[in-house]
Design a protein around this ligand. Sequence first.
Ligand code: AMP
Ligand code: ZN
Length: 113
Amino acid sequence: MDCIFCKIAAKEIPSKIVFENERIVAFEDINPQAPVHILIIPKKHIPYIAEIKEENISLVGELIFTAKKIAEEKGLTKDGFRLVFNNGKNAGQEVFHIHLHLLGGRKFGWPPG
Ligand code: AMP
Ligand code: ZN
């Protein structure tokens, strides 16, 4: 499959991995938008959050739990951090394999741009 994040999960293309288990990989974003910018993905190819099914509930929960653990390790818990799933055109999704952005190390505006 021609999916860049499947290739990262399979180690066919390099990335700076910060966490991995049987189901999940987390790696540094190649174009960071904050001092800490990590993507947490399932190894399973799911293109859109809009396509997740009941059977994916624990996997998606594990993405969030993993983000929280990495945020702790990076010392982001006290000052705060942001978690983002972009879904589809209006949200600017560019890679069609679900990924949770963990952003931290600076203050973020709200509402988002
Ligand atoms: P999104 O707009 O939510 O689809 O975000 C896709 C993210 O993937 C962007 O923040 C990109 O910088 C990031 N990205 C694209 N290719 C790579 C790569 N090879 N390694 C790490 N991050 C990547
Ligand atoms: Zn994929």
